[in-house]
Design a protein around this ligand. Structure first.
Ligand code: 13P
Length: 251
């Protein structure tokens, strides 16, 4: 099977790491040599400078896990896309389910953050995904379509420039990944929604996230509409993250 899209593997470090532990992890990543996919790590804000310094001239890009919907101003504690661009960020995760749940981010807030990022040349990785209760109630399709629709409408003709990550909430940090078939079914749905809105969906990268590990990455990435992964726990060990980066080689 041939795939037009180059695989993208992104590590979401979440709220983990110290200056010292990051040195070890970044050194492990930096010394990996060429990778068969695009790869990046999204680190906590205080460590952006460290990631930028350590990953410069490496195959890995770096990014953040959130950004403000606003350009600048009286928004205490917020970090703008302007600042992320200033640190050389290529990507920013927006709408992660942990932020939607713990910080009450609405679909529209997520969309506004994606727009703010794109306006500064930082590619938003927009997360969508249903909870277990929603899946069991048969609402998966309605939920992910609603989440994506807000972003599509807000970005307008730029929607084709985002990366989308499907992360079922029940698969995050649980060790129970969606099956390749379950993930593929939702990815196909999202791609057809994107195609209807942008007509560029064939070139867009749709990542799967939720308990991706070295031993299940290859079968997930072999699915026709899965173009890489958003990796949590396994991104904290260089060897595991790099093994996942190499898992798409055979697709
Ligand atoms: P885990 O890989 O730890 O399940 O986390 C997935 C995730 O939330 C990435 O954003």
């Amino acid at each position: 099977m041939s795939h037009a899209r180059r695989l993208l593997v992104v590590g979401n470090w979440k709220m983990h790491g110290t200056h010292a532990s990051n040195e070890v992890l970044l050194e492990g990543l930096r010394s990996a040599g060429p990778l068969p996919c695009d790869a990046a790590v999204c680190v906590p804000f205080p460590y952006l400078a460290q990631a930028a310094e350590r990953l410069a001239r490496s195959p890995l890009a770096w990014g953040a896990q959130d950004c403000s919907a606003f350009e600048e101003g009286a928004y205490t504690g917020e970090v703008s896309a302007v600042m992320l661009a200033d640190f050389g960020c290529r990507y920013v995760i927006v709408g992660h389910s942990e932020r939607r749940a713990l910080h009450a981010e609405s679909d529209q807030t997520v969309a506004d953050k994606a727009r703010a990022a794109l306006a500064r040349g930082v590619t938003p990785i927009v997360c969508v995904g249903e909870t277990l209760a929603q899946r069991e109630a048969g609402e998966t399709e309605v939920i992910v379509k609603r989440q994506l629709s807000a972003v599509i409408h807000t970005l307008g003709h730029c929607a084709g420039e985002m990366v989308v990550a499907y992360e079922p909430v029940w698969a995050i940090g649980t060790g129970h990944s969606a099956s390749p078939e379950q993930a593929q079914a939702v990815h196909a749905l999202l791609r057809s929604q994107l195609q209807a809105a942008t007509r560029h969906a064939g070139g867009m990268r749709l990542l799967y996230g939720g308990s991706v590990k070295p031993d299940n990455a290859a079968t997930l990435f072999a699915q026709p509409d899965i173009d890489g992964g958003l990796i949590g726990g396994a991104a904290l060990k260089a060897a595991d993250f790099l093994a996942i980066c190499r898992a798409g080689v055979l697709r």
